[in-house]
Design a protein around this ligand. Structure first.
Ligand code: NAP
Ligand code: MN
Length: 264
């Protein structure tokens, strides 16, 4: 079996990365940065986001596992002191796999046949470059509302504990194949009206954002921020692909939520 290790880059994570590489080599596992069967991410949730994007072209063949060197993470749920245990578990394949839904984002441009497709593990956010964001929001091809405000956040279930949570969105269990649309400071008065509540859309319910005036936007996909010009539409739905996590011991999602936000 082939493995790769990614590190946050700080001394603690780097030392641990070397340790994991040596241990797994001792178990006669092969280090392969390009085509790993398992990726061990050492650092935090941000490190796992980075690892996901590095290996997103081979999601069906790669499993991820996260170790946190800072605070407990949602993706990084092993502590450094458990590293020996983890390495032995990895070497003693087969392991259990847990799959989490992803978000597919397709951006189409004015006057162009070109389109850009992205996969997000946490979320996609859309903000204007100047002034309020004004967007028609369609659900399954029907106009739902015209949004005016700071921006919109469309998240995955596992991303629901990140930016989405800060916006008052619900926490979704990753067994639910859905995406969530959360508002950032919508303008609501006698003229402008939005629903005001986060929306949870099931599989196959496409959410389409269409510019009303301005066509240039700041769009984020997880930690990546890009400026998109001449945007015609932004299409969001549950992706066909999923991320696969290697599971070596039970650590239920709600337990992780409690340990992260209430008390650990
Ligand atoms: P960052 O600024 O270091 O991340 C912000 C925090 O979000 C970090 O504490 C990070 O954990 C945590 N986080 C990431 N994914 C999470 C998840 N699924 N559930 C709970 N917490 C999570 O930047 P980053 O590490 O590159 O992460 C990018 C993410 O930051 C974005 O995807 C977005 O969700 C989030 N973000 C949040 C806000 C907000 O809450 N107002 C604003 C912008 C972006 P680690 O320290 O373990 O990396
Ligand atoms: Mn981070």
């Amino acid at each position: 079996m082939k493995f790769a290790v990614t590190s946050k880059g700080d001394p603690t994570s780097n030392t641990l990365m070397q340790k994991v590489r040596t241990y797994l080599a001792d178990f006669e596992m092969e280090y392969d940065e390009d085509k790993p069967d398992i990726v061990i991410s050492i650092g935090g949730d941000g490190t796992l986001l980075y690892a996901f994007h590095r290996y997103k072209s081979r999601l069906s063949k790669t499993a991820f596992v996260g170790v946190h060197t800072g605070h407990l993470g949602f993706y990084a749920d092993w502590v450094p002191s458990e590293i020996e245990k983890l390495v032995i578990a990895i070497a003693k394949t087969p392991y259990q796999i847990v799959e989490y839904p992803l978000l597919e984002v397709i951006i189409r441009y004015i006057n162009g046949s070109r389109e850009a497709r992205y996969l997000a593990l946490n979320e996609c956010t859309v903000k204007s470059i100047e002034g309020s964001l004004v967007m028609d929001l369609e659900i399954k091809g029907q106009l739902f509302e015209t949004f005016r405000g700071d921006g919109l956040c469309i998240s995955t279930p596992s991303g629901s504990t990140a930016y989405n949570k800060a916006l008052g969105g619900a926490i979704l269990h990753p067994a639910i194949e859905a995406i969530q649309v959360a508002e950032m400071a919508s303008i609501n008065n006698r003229v402008f009206r939005t629903i005001g509540s986060p929306l949870i859309l099931p599989n196959h319910h496409t959410c389409m954002l269409k510019p009303v005036n301005d066509v240039d936007f700041q769009i984020t996909i997880d930690h990546l921020t890009l400026l998109h010009k001449d945007v015609k539409s932004i299409q969001c739905r549950v992706a066909a692909e999923k991320i696969r996590f290697a599971r070596f011991r039970p650590f239920p999602f709600w337990r992780r939520v409690r340990d992260s936000f209430i008390s650990g």
